[in-house]
Design a protein around this ligand. Structure first.
Ligand SMILES: Cc1ncc(COP(=O)(O)O)c(C=O)c1O
Length: 373
């Protein structure tokens, strides 16, 4: 591809930090880990941040720490609200739902807004074969999809009404804001991914949880480390899902440059908005600030646009081609979520990475305009 959809970044600064950590610190649990956690918590505006091995593990461990997986932990206080039903939107990466099944709970998939692809809290009447009910949900996992904050007020008022915790899936939204607060600080726990395509990475897989609750933070720390209580005592089930020291060291470098990279992503989206002959880029939440992990256009001629881009050696991608409820493992639940199915046929992600030049962004616009003009 002349203009790839994604470019992996590895700078001298990342290399130096990695080598320094490998030479001078313990490979696991080195001081880079606690420093990265402190800096990330400060950046998001929470009291605590606990690093983990991926976004998926962040979600899964958070559910366990909040006691939402009663069958796995053997918790003595089973929920009175039903068989562990947890709401999450269908337009997301599969991990948003898998973490729920992996916790022995049932994903109650929500439809999404045709406007921006975020969770639509008015879609609660949707049918499903197993009779999963919104009123029986034990928690909700809204997703800040594409780096754009979801309509958090609608999620919060539902959660408050039902008295259930909110786990934010902020895996695509490092630094995004809603009403002046960073996502990941809005709910009970925030979950982030550092997978290489994300706005910041750790040079491999990695993740972070954020919370203001000390007990939750301590539980996450314990669960990521086999359920450890003290050096030789284990009081709960757990995994080996820690972040390696070398990855934390690289993460610290990436975090330092995150805001300048987000600023460049915002410049790129303005080039697209200004130069595309139709206003077809998904809008930013009016109460928030997107970090444009994905810059997504929505158009009836999506397939033609994609073909034109490919013919001109320009990368693009579809997030997500198949909504979660249509994936093999969830299709038997019988969800009918019509918006997400329409939406998935109209969307196309354009290159959004900070290294993209103005000229490249203009070339992309020219190509798209050939189809939509
Ligand atoms: C919305 C969303 N949730 C969860 C995840 C899972 O993160 P990871 O790939 O680090 O496990 C991702 C990342 O791919 C994601 O985009």
């Amino acid at each position: 591809m002349k203009i790839p959809f994604f470019v992996q970044e590895f700078t001298d600064e990342m290399e130096e930090a990695a080598i320094h950590a490998l030479r001078n610190e313990s490979f696991v649990g080195g001081e880079s880990v606690s420093k990265f956690e402190e800096e990330f918590a400060q950046y998001i505006g929470t009291k605590y941040a606990v690093s983990v091995s991926s976004g998926n593990s962040a979600l899964q461990i958070s559910l366990m720490a909040l006691g939402l997986n009663k069958d796995f932990t053997g918790s003595s206080t089973p929920s009175t609200k039903g068989p562990g039903t947890i709401i999450t939107p269908t337009n997301s990466f599969i991990a948003s739902a898998n973490c729920i099944r992996m916790s022995n709970a049932w994903p109650l998939l929500a439809d999404v807004s045709m406007e921006d692809g975020g969770i639509d809290m008015t879609s609660r009447k949707n049918e499903n074969r197993f009779g999963l009910k919104w009123e029986k949900a034990t928690s909700i996992i809204p997703v800040h999809i594409y780096g754009n904050p979801c309509d958090f007020d609608s999620v919060k008022s539902f959660a408050d009404e039902q008295n259930i915790p909110i786990i934010e899936d902020a895996c695509q939204a490092h630094g995004a804001e809603y009403k002046g607060k960073k996502v990941g600080s809005l709910g009970d726990v925030g979950c982030f991914s550092f997978y290489p395509t994300k706005n910041m990475t750790v040079g491999g897989d990695g993740g972070m949880t954020t919370t203001n609750n000390e007990e939750t933070a301590l539980k996450i720390k314990s669960i990521r480390d086999n359920g450890r209580k003290t050096k030789n005592e284990f009081d709960k089930l757990g995994f080996t899902m820690r972040l390696n020291t070398v990855n934390a060291a690289i993460g610290r470098v990436q975090l330092k440059h995150l805001d300048e990279k987000t600023a460049r992503r915002r410049e790129i989206v303005s080039i697209y908005r200004k130069n595309l002959v139709q206003n077809c880029i998904l809008p930013e939440n009016k109460d928030g600030k997107s970090v444009y992990h994905q810059i997504v256009l929505k158009h009836e001629k999506r397939d033609e646009i994609r073909k034109e881009l490919t013919d001109n050696e320009i990368g693009s991608a579809i997030y997500y081609e198949t909504p979660i409820h249509k994936q093999e493992i969830y299709q038997d639940y019988g969800f009918e979520l019509p918006n997400s199915e329409k939406f998935s046929k109209l969307i196309l992600s354009l290159p959004s990475y900070p290294q993209l030049t103005d000229d490249q962004a203009l070339e992309i616009c020219e190509c798209v305009n050939k189809v939509i003009g």
